[in-house]
Write a protein that binds this ligand. Structure first.
Ligand code: SF4
Ligand code: SF4
Length: 278
């Protein structure tokens, strides 16, 4: 193990070669300067050697998210988590091999949904790390919104003792405060108080819904992810009409084989068990 000069450009290239689609660098000072996150969740509280957090992101594909609640979303969730955890581990190994101490923080950071029902928080927020690394901005509903994929990204972090220049923060808000995420949430998990920048979130309600979906192998929920109008992926996948999600129930009640929803309905019939209310 030898200490050798590694630049941010080397590390970014390495992270991309390991499968990341989005990469950002956040100096640890950004947590102190912004004070959005309680101090015991700061990266140098989680691991005192930390000087920089390297955040990796991969998208989830909108057409798959739109099939929710379906087993395809569960598969995509597993694939992206596995990819991110492997990439972050290998990036930490790469840094350690070059003499720069590093650890990866795994993607989810909790043992099971049952844990979330009792203690609804992981030890570290990849979402805020991604915000401070310039990958995106935290939206009203506490998800990370990106220009490329809106909130349809999965994230992981590598903490390193290597000091690296931070990427510029995104200057513009991406969230338009449309509240479509609140409107579609099946658990009514979002509420708001006048003057607050972010929604209040009932994490227990969200976790309870997720547990219910898991019994049918159709978790995670992801409704607030699919409905968000932000993200260039909406043009790529030719799905810019978010009202479609709100008329679905009514149209299918009238006509279960309606052409507009035939693909989603087909996918939902396979791979998972019927939902409790089906
Ligand atoms: S759905 Fe609307 S309010 Fe919710 S995160 Fe997206 S842009 Fe913001
Ligand atoms: S994942 Fe589902 S239940 Fe949880 S907040 Fe989003 S829409 Fe609501």
């Amino acid at each position: 193990m030898t200490e050798s000069p590694l630049t941010a450009a080397h590390i970014r290239e390495k992270a991309l070669s390991l499968g990341a689609e989005l990469v950002g660098f956040a100096p640890v000072e950004r947590w102190r300067e912004a004070a959005d996150v309680p101090e015991n969740f700061h990266p140098d509280h989680v691991w005192p050697l930390t000087k920089t957090v390297i955040v990796l992101g991969v998208p989830v594909w909108l057409p798959i998210v739109e099939t929710a609640p379906a087993e395809w979303g569960r598969e995509q969730y597993t694939i992206t988590n596995t990819l991110l955890d492997a990439a972050a581990y290998r990036l930490a190994a790469f840094l350690n091999r070059h003499g720069h101490a590093a650890i990866n923080i795994s993607r989810d950071g909790y043992g099971d949904i049952d844990v979330l029902l009792k203690t609804p928080a992981a030890a570290f927020s990849h979402v805020w790390a991604a915000h401070y690394s310039g990958i995106g901005r935290v939206g009203w509903n506490h998800t990370l919104l990106t220009r490329e994929y809106g909130p349809r990204v999965r994230l992981v972090s590598v903490l390193t003792a290597l000091e690296l220049p931070g990427d510029p923060l995104l200057a513009d808000e991406l969230c338009n405060r449309c509240r479509l995420c609140k409107k579609i949430c099946p658990a009514q998990a979002f509420s708001e108080e006048t003057g607050e920048s972010y929604a209040r979130m009932d994490k227990l309600a969200c976790a309870t819904n997720s547990k219910k979906l898991r019994k049918s192998f159709r978790n995670p929920c992801g409704f607030c992810i699919k409905v968000c109008p932000v993200g260039n992926d909406r043009q790529l996948f030719q799905s810019t009409d978010c009202s479609k999600y709100f008329r679905e129930r009514e149209v299918l009640a009238e006509s279960p084989d309606a052409a507009e929803f035939r693909d989603w309905q087909h996918i939902r019939r396979y791979g998972g068990l019927p939902l409790e209310n089906e």
